[in-house]
Write a protein that binds this ligand. Sequence first.
Ligand code: NDP
Length: 295
Amino acid sequence: MTARVLDGKALAAELRAEIAAEVAQLQAATGRAPGLGVVLVGDDAASRSYVTAKEKACAAAGIRSREILLPASASREAVLEAVRELNADDDTDGILVQLPLPDAAIEREVIEAVDPAKDVDGFHPVNVGRMVLGLPAFVPCTPAGILEMLRRAEVPLAGALVVVVGRSAIVGRPLSILLSQKGVDATVTVCHSRTPVLARYTLQADVIVAAAGSPNMITADMVKPGVVVVDVGVNRVPDETSARGYRLAGDVDYEPVARKAAAITPVPGGVGPMTITMLLRNTLIAARQRRAPQA
Ligand code: NDP
């Protein structure tokens, strides 16, 4: 068997065209394009490149973006003030605080300072709580992108056994909740670094989502034939043949696993483009909700 490649780049392009059309409609109806406010603290190269990619995707979809750039030395109060400024700005519909912050100790407080109605990353406890309860909420972009991808690829999830490897607050845990909700109806097992003998679980899985941040950890002997594999991992592995000195690898040992799987996402070009697309979608939703006539 050779797996069908779930092409996140192509699907994201399709979705972004749909979002751009809806953005144009909203702008025509309200006279204003949706706006995303970004807070970037420090000069970490990876964070800078993520923010640039997000702003570029916004521009292509007709979404305005406004960036507040602070030095790595910015105080807790300065970061909170940037968030408050965007909360108060009527032209800002969605707020993104690029993580990680140089000072990890203030991350939780900063996330909680974001107006839940503008929390397009879906990290605020109000949105997390609403999501857990199955109420309308901003859902974190990576889990939302994975679900959208599986839906559009018509991967059967109802009754399927899904093993999620990783339990972080931004990927594994919210995804496991969404997959087990009524209407999606998967049976979900969450594995993590304290799970003994991971293969005991992955070998049973109809769908595996690998979100551990450990290169090539899911090997062919850990999966059953016909499995669907979603590789969330983005890892830099040293590669002297590359000008950058590294290449990107997922959490899945791609070629051997692809030979056994029914479908698989590549890295890069799988989950990553879907994550940014869901940020655009959440910003569009936030703009619509903020401009809806109040009852
Ligand atoms: P975290 O480091 O926050 O979480 C990793 C999780 O994986 C933890 O729950 C950890 O367990 C678990 N884990 C680590 N090693 C193992 C192992 N050997 N066996 C089983 N479980 C393990 O990472 P994130 O969730 O933020 O990200 C995961 C990966 O996804 C990273 O490579 C990241 O770069 C990528 N990513 C990609 C995105 C995209 O859009 N493509 C978006 C977000 C992330 P424990 O809880 O016990 O520590």
